[in-house]
Design a protein around this ligand. Structure first.
Ligand code: ZN
Length: 314
């Protein structure tokens, strides 16, 4: 298994979308912009910054257009927006020059999809097919996300083949990346390894992304398991912000700074500055006015001398 471990991975920071949408309070637009700019300085090349959901459904993200207009990050940063439906895509395309990637999504289980977007999986996939083609024809990068890929809080087990069938449908429609979300933290490292080995084998034409939540404290172990079978693309959230609107209490993406710390210590390059990520997470902590739960916010980077040059190089 170890022979598949990559030496370089991509991490997309999803805190400004997956994280901020789950905050009970509305974060000021200027604060969001400041935090995204800090993430840009930390070296991210991929940041999910906004969602074009209906403002009455997720008011926390209703300022997406203003956020996109205010962001000042290096040109190397690919900005992603989440698109729930064709109406959301219409709205996003009005500011088409402000972002680079659009993500469309479905839940692998019928019940979660129904509760999340009030449609069946096949209705959602029919709409996704049309949207993927529109996104691609606009010259934007189309990514897809499959929620509840590792289990559903309402239905229990979700079949691996069912999830990979959905991923193939997305790929056929033009998505060049599919992210597999452990929306409510139901994966374990053994299944994560089995899952990503199968996904990488069956989907060689697209980028396969791991999106783990730390709901039950196994997020990093799952990321490690995916890495060891060759996964090179991950999503995480600074400060361990995030969760899922349904069901309530589905807390926290894996913390970006903890993921980066683990990868760097293993000799896996992320292109990121760990101190820069920690600094951004600490800024988020002061904006939100409460202690965030990542370990590295508290402990800081490891500073032992054999690895000091590795840390400095990032
Ligand atoms: Zn998530």
């Amino acid at each position: 298994m170890g022979s598949h471990r990559p030496t370089r991975v991509h991490i997309r920071e999803v805190g400004p979308r997956d994280g901020f949408q789950n905050e009970p309070e509305q974060i000021a637009t200027d604060d969001k912009i400041r935090l995204i700019n800090s993430l840009g300085r930390a070296g991210f090349t991929r940041i999910e910054v906004a969602s074009f959901v209906r403002p009455d459904v997720i008011p926390q993200l209703s300022d997406g257009v203003a956020v996109l207009a205010g962001i000042d990050v290096p040109a190397s940063v690919s900005l992603m927006v989440l698109i729930p439906n064709s109406k959301g895509l219409d709205n996003a395309l009005k500011v088409r020059d402000r972002f680079h990637e659009a993500a469309i999504f479905v839940s692998a289980s019928e019940t979660h999809n129904r509760k999340n977007v009030n449609r069946t999986v096949s209705e959602t996939m029919a709409d996704n097919d049309v949207m993927a083609r529109r996104i691609t024809s606009e010259g934007l990068r189309c990514a897809a996300v499959i929620a509840t890929s590792f289990g559903c809080p309402y239905e229990g087990k979700v079949g691996l083949d069912r999830v990979l069938d959905l991923a193939e449908q997305f790929a056929e429609a033009g998505a060049v990346e599919v992210g597999f979300g452990d929306t409510t933290g139901m994966a374990n490292p053994a299944y994560a390894a089995e899952f990503f080995a199968a996904a990488l084998e069956r989907l060689p034409q697209i980028e396969v992304t791991a999106h783990f939540h730390n709901t039950r404290g196994q997020g990093l172990a799952n990321a490690y398991a995916a890495l060891e079978v060759g996964c090179t693309s991950f999503e995480s959230s600074f400060g361990e912000l995030g969760g899922c609107p349904v069901p309530k209490g589905s807390t926290g993406n894996i913390a970006t700074e903890d993921l980066v710390s683990m990868f760097h210590e293993m000799g896996v390059d992320t292109g990121l500055s760990l101190p820069g990520v920690i600094e951004a997470a600490r800024e988020a902590q002061s904006v939100l006015g409460r202690k965030l739960t990542s370990h590295s916010i508290i402990a800081g980077p490891i500073n032992w001398s054999p690895h000091a040059d590795v840390v400095a190089a990032h």
